[in-house]
Structures are given as C-alpha cells and as structure tokens.
Write a protein that binds this ligand. Structure first.
Ligand code: ADP
Length: 264
C-alpha cells in the first residue's frame, strides 16, 4: 500500500511538472510571436525613411541636379528623414524596454502640480507655433503622488503633444484634474481637435496604429506615443480611458493614486 501511495504521489508530481512545462512553453511561444511581429513592424517602419534618404543621396551623387538651391532642398529632405529615424529609434527603444518589462519604475513621491506645470512650460512653444491654446486648470498644490517622474512626464508630453498635433487652428488643449473615490484622482487632457472615429478608439494604443498615416508622419509622429502611454500607466497599476467625437475633440483620462500622509 505504501508503494502504491508513493507511486500515486510521484504520478501527481509528474503531471504537475508537465503542466508547468506546458505553461512555460506557451509563454515562450507568445514572446517569440511577439518578437517576430515586432521585428516585422520595425523593419516596415524603418524602410520608408531609409529608402527616401537613399533616393535623395543617389540623385545628388548622380549629379543630375545642377541647381544649388535644388541640391539644398534635397539635402534638407534627407535630413528630415534622418531626424525621423532618430526619434523612431528612441521611441522603439522605449517601447521594447516597456514591453519586455525591463524598465524598472523609479518610484518616488512628488507634487503632481509641479510635474504638470513643468511639462506644460516645455510644450508652450509648440502650442504657440501651432496656434493652440494650452489651458491648465487649477491644481491643488498639496496633492502628492508616488510614481516614476520621467515616465509620468512622458505620458503627459505624449498626450499634450497629440492634443496639439491633432487639433484645428485656434484650438484648445485643457489639462485638469478630477477627484474620484477614495485616494484615486484622474488627470485629463482634453482637446478641441479632429477627434477619433469610434471604430479606431480601441486601436489607437496599439503600436504603429495611426488613423491617418500621412498626417501623423507630417507632424513627426511615430505611431508609438499612445502605446508608450498605455504601458506606463498600466505599469503604475492605473487605467487609461479615451473618449472622442469626430470633428469635436478627444479626452484622454488616466487615474493616479494620491499619497496620504497620516499625521500622528
Ligand atoms: P502618432 O505618433 O502617430 O501621433 P500615437 O500613438 O501618439 O502616434 O497616436 C496614434 C494615432 O491616434 C495617431 O496617429 C492619431 O491618428 C490618433 N490620435 C492620437 N491622439 C489623438 C488626438 N488627441 N486627437 C485625434 N487623434 C489622435
């Protein structure tokens, strides 16, 4: 009987182990598929600027253009594509670090108002250039959050930049705060821009998904901004939500958790 019990235990152990192996294989398979897809996406995105640069340089080297002014235009176009490759690479590195969970959040306590004002100040020139008004609602200066400062700044930068990019002339971007239940708060970035079709809303946070590729490119977009935003917010254990009406504007909201200091 004892032998039978031992055999039974061994069998159960083996089944458990094989289930674990199966699960691990499934996980590795998923990662492998993800990597394949990611590499496919990247090569596709890199091709366009690289071919463009190649074309401009080849034309210049062939000496087909004898006009200095035209030469300069070609050089500027090549440079624009080099710049595109630079920020594409930067965003790609960020997203791959976020998606593989390599990037450890550097959590610290901070005053939310300081972070918001810092970001807005740096984006003011961009808004002015595009004739977009940036409005920051009153923020309670005592609210503190625990977060990775650079990552939260990145979220705000990406959302506000999008609000500026996908807006209309003389449009507005508002940044404000709502109180939710308990220690939760909600930051929102609301614009009076072109809006997003209901069918596209769920997809705009996918990497490289763009509603209008040429508009995004023209504005220096990479299609990675919102996917970075979503990853950062989820890594903080918070939620992102999007509300939008075509031709009227969009509101991006994300939750944050207030730090409450209990005084003794
Ligand atoms: P991109 O670099 O193209 O701006 P994002 O990931 O930031 O990439 O956004 C993905 C797409 O979602 C954009 O190309 C655009 O079509 C749409 N989008 C993002 N933000 C807004 C907004 N505030 N208003 C309208 N459309 C937006």
């Amino acid at each position: 009987i004892q032998q039978e019990d031992e055999l039974d235990a061994l069998l159960k152990q083996t089944i458990r182990a094989s289930k674990m192996v199966e699960k691990e294989l499934e996980r590795l398979n998923k990662i492998e598929n993800y990597r394949k897809e990611f590499i496919g996406d990247i090569s596709h995105e890199l091709k366009t600027p690289i071919f463009a640069i190649q074309g401009f340089i080849e034309t210049l080297l062939n000496g087909a253009v004898h006009d200095d002014e035209v030469n300069e235009v070609f050089l500027h176009k090549a440079m624009k594509n080099v710049n595109r490759l630079t920020y594409l690479t930067k965003d790609l590195m960020e997203i791959s670090r976020l998606e593989t969970g390599e990037l450890k959040s550097n959590m610290q306590e901070m005053f939310l108002r300081d972070v918001v004002l810092d970001v807005v100040e740096n984006l003011q020139y961009k808004a002015d250039k595009e004739k977009i008004e940036l409005i920051v609602h009153d923020f309670d200066k005592n609210i503190q959050i625990r977060a990775d400062r650079n990552q939260i700044k990145q979220v705000l930068i990406n959302l506000i930049e999008n609000g500026i990019k996908y807006n209309k002339v003389n449009g507005r971007v508002e940044i404000g705060l709502n109180s939710l239940k308990g220690d939760k708060i909600e930051l929102f970035v609301k614009d009076t821009g072109i809006g997003i079709d209901p069918n596209d809303i769920a997809r705009v946070t996918e990497r490289f998904y763009r509603v209008d590729k040429s508009r995004s490119r023209e504005k220096g977009g990479t299609g990675l901004g919102l996917s970075i935003v979503k990853h950062i917010i989820e890594a903080h254990g918070e939620k992102l939500s999007i509300e939008s009406k075509p031709d009227e504007g969009s509101t991006f909201r994300f939750t944050l958790t207030k730090v409450s200091h209990v005084s003794v």
